[in-house]
Design a binder for this molecule. Structure first.
Ligand SMILES: [Zn+2]
Length: 241
């Protein structure tokens, strides 16, 4: 295998390890991020419910006040009933009392409805309060727990990057550029084995002449289909693509 290919294979190995480390870091950070988001959602719901509860309380107090005023008015009118002289006055006053009673009935059911609506909300507010407290503790715990892992992953990544830079410096810049593009666009396989006349990167048959050339190791060849850098192993070896 030509030296250049061996260097590229080495680089590909390092790049794959680097990718794996970065994915692990993202996953670990993502778990804590999930806890954080859940807490924020709970917090937002709590705030909305507390506001709703305050509005509900204000509406109930207002209805209760109107109800009390209505009752006072009814008492007042009933007292006046004893003083009326004419049937007409009696009729009018009775009518007014009936109207006030209707209004009060409506206010009573309003107060009842507002009180009943408050119950499940209070329960949910309590539940959310507890969930938030638990969530905060879990988040703090999670952050503490991953801190060491994150720290160690970050230093492994930094170390791997230095290793990568050294390996990359050994490769001819144009070829390196091509490798970099391929590694990203071809899901981490920029260098592919040519085996039995086939590119193992894309599983397409290579032109026979090209496959012959690849076997000679005289220069670097690329797959005409997937553009990957091709290499050939003289002795059968475990597939590495
Ligand atoms: Zn190919």
């Amino acid at each position: 295998m030509p030296e250049e290919i061996a260097r590229l294979m080495g680089l590909q190995g390092i790049d794959r390890q680097l990718q794996e480390l970065e994915q692990t870091l993202a996953t670990i950070a993502g778990n804590v991020e999930g806890l954080r988001e859940e807490n924020e959602r709970n917090q937002a719901e709590l705030q909305r419910l507390v506001e709703e509860d305050q509005q509900n309380s204000a509406a109930r107090k207002k209805a209760e006040k109107e109800l009390a005023e209505g009752e006072a008015r009814i008492r007042n009118k009933r007292m006046r009933l004893n003083l009326v002289r004419t049937d007409k006055e009696l009729q009018a006053l009775t009518h007014e009392v009936e109207a006030l009673k209707d209004t009060n009935l409506r206010l009573e059911s309003e107060v009842l409805a507002l009180t009943e609506a408050g119950d499940p909300r209070s329960a949910r507010i309590k539940e959310l309060g507890e969930a938030i407290a638990k969530g905060r503790a879990a988040l703090a715990e999670g952050e503490k727990e991953i801190a060491t892992q994150v720290e160690s992953l970050k230093s492994s990544i930094a170390e791997k990057r230095r290793e990568r830079d050294e390996a990359a410096a050994q490769i001819q810049p144009t070829l390196l550029q091509r490798y970099n593009t391929l590694f990203t666009r071809r899901q981490g396989t920029a260098v592919a084995l040519a085996k039995g006349g086939t590119c193992m990167g894309c599983r397409r048959l290579l032109p026979p002449q090209l496959f012959n050339e690849v076997q000679k190791h005289l220069q670097i060849h690329f797959c005409p289909n997937c553009q990957r850098i091709l290499y050939y192993e003289d002795k059968p070896a475990p597939e590495t693509t």
